[in-house]
Design a binder for this molecule. Sequence first.
Ligand code: EPU
Length: 417
Amino acid sequence: MDRIVVRGGACLRGEVAASGSKNSALALMCAALLAPGESVLRNVPRLRDIDAMCELLRALGARADWTGEHEITIDGATISSPEAPYELVRKMRASFMVLGPLLARFGTARVSEPGGCAIGVRPIDQHLKGLRALGAKVRLDHGVVEATSDELRGGRVAFDMCTVNGTQNVMMAAVLTPGETVLENAAREPEVMELAEVLNRMGADVRGAGGDRITIRGVETLRGIEHSVSGDRIEAGTLLCTGLVTRGDVTVTAIDTSTLESTLDKLASMGAELTIEPERVRAESPPTLREVEAVTAPFPGFPTDMQAQLMALACTVEGSSVITERVFENRFMHVPELQRMGADISLAGRAAHVRGVARLSGAPVMATDLRASAGLIVAALAAEGDTTVNRVYHIDRGYERIEEKLRGLGAEIRREG
Ligand code: EPU
């Protein structure tokens, strides 16, 4: 199994382009199922999760192929079986987002329950609540969600909490559902906005995305489109942390910096000197950085997907930081691994108290999920000696050519088979 070995201490400098957003691309791939024709997505990152989604779309009978280095062509005309099997859904929770499109197009869909994952229980009740509000009959049977409807119709959905994929799933069902659907307490993430924009270009009528109330008027059919996926705001934020943790000077390009505000605010409060342009951001580090207080929250709050990376950075600054996780109930698995590297962190409920240490030390560590592993790599870059990050398949789910990108900035990092 692959490992990544990082020799800490090199100061990272230079410019690096963000890849396309994994989470946007995954939702857009599901949206392509809504049209009985070809859609072409460009700037799609080469990642395990994207391959997993291709595999799932093919299992449904759709065509889903890489047609260029970063281009995927999907054709939903040939879907033969609106049924997503457990082996494929289990690999990646985002698979559950095929439910809405399949139900809307075929009036029936069977998708395995995704189950829990390393960062928490992650229920799907809000997805199901939304589909029921559109008139779907939803049954849970032996771990399979079966949704059927003789006739979907628009409805009002008030989500109990902000859910990104839940909002996206119900939005995708509603675009082909006759009448008006209103989503209240909708997620406001940029990935929700991008999905709405693309759906509208496919012929849908979605208004208000980016706010907490989204109104959708159903249309009869949608057509395939071509679209270039936006830059990945989480990868961009991670790359900025890798520069800062080495007290370096890193510029990330190909990213809409308006989607990065809460992350940039935190980095600035730590003393990073930022130069922000619409599609690039430079983060220069002074010799020392300060402590930070951060609480994760739905967009536009500080993203849970940046929590581990910020914590790794906080381990290396002067003073005591407090990082509170409010989105997922169990997203601190990186803490024991950071402690193995000499970090001084204590957990009190949902808060992590982090006291900066003079030097982290390289150690063998275990990646437990995607963002936790990104946090470990951030820490490893600043640690004395070698850190071996095991189970790097987690990082390959969400970071394209991570070691190549970091090497380009001057990191000493290699992959071992
Ligand atoms: N929740 C429920 N019921 C639901 C849905 C969600 O209780 O039906 C809860 C979750 O358990 C969680 C909270 O609501 O406590 C928010 O979860 P959300 O549904 O927003 O998460 P998601 O849509 O499943 C997406 C990203 C995650 C990211 C979260 C939060 C994708 C494919 N995944 O997940 O990304 O952490 O939003 O921003 O878009 C990652 O990229 O590493 C990753 C985990």
